[in-house]
Design a protein. Structure first.
Length: 196
């Protein structure tokens, strides 16, 4: 994960150098459109532990729209996006929506738990592994955020600091467009729990 730290640090420095104190959420954008239904692929399932040691599977969220965010405490752009996800969780949880954060911190819960308490994260965090990152196409930059529809399929991917409007609009569109699916449909492949 050291290379991810270097990439994130470089990206943050570049962003700050190019935009100064401007609103970065409107300055940097990733692909904003949702993929058409026939171009969406099933998101790989995983079995990762949360801060209480409970194993969490992506398939636990079947039938919900999910923001799956790969992030780290040392990642400046990740820190910018986390309040957006906290607001989304608060505003849409009762509509069949969840945020799941996948921490890629090498130091593990020792650094993640104090950070979560400090910033007031209100959504579930799990500790990621290299195998999980590879299952999602090799997460080479942080943050990397996946919008997952109610059928468990990846509807959009944002690499790096996304545009807040793109994420909010994507979530709201998925909540409107996606009918709930019955439990047990489209079983997801499982990525084993890593050593972390």
């Amino acid at each position: 994960m050291t290379s991810l730290r270097l990439i994130a640090a470089g990206a943050t420095a570049l962003l700050l150098g190019l935009t100064g104190c401007a609103d970065l959420s409107s300055s940097v954008s990733a692909a904003s459109d949702l993929k058409p239904l026939d171009q969406r692929h099933v998101a790989p399932d995983f079995a990762l532990k949360d801060g209480d040691g409970k194993v969490v599977h992506l398939s636990d969220y079947k039938g919900k729209v999910v923001v799956l965010d790969f992030w780290a405490t040392w990642c400046g752009p990740c820190r910018i996006e986390i309040p957006w996800f906290t607001d989304l969780e608060r505003n849409h949880k009762d509509k069949g929506f969840e945020v799941v954060g996948v921490s890629m911190d090498d130091e593990g819960w020792e650094v993640v738990k104090p950070f979560l308490a400090e910033v007031g994260v209100n959504y579930r965090i799990v500790m990621g592994t290299d195998a999980t990152a590879q299952a999602y196409g090799g997460v080479d930059a942080l943050p990397t955020t996946f919008l997952i529809d109610r059928e468990g399929k990846i509807a959009a991917v944002h690499v790096g600091l996304a545009n807040k409007k793109d994420i909010v609009n994507g979530v709201e569109q998925l909540l409107q467009d996606s009918p709930k699916v019955a439990d047990g449909r489209n079983p997801l492949p499982v990525v084993p729990v890593g050593a972390k």
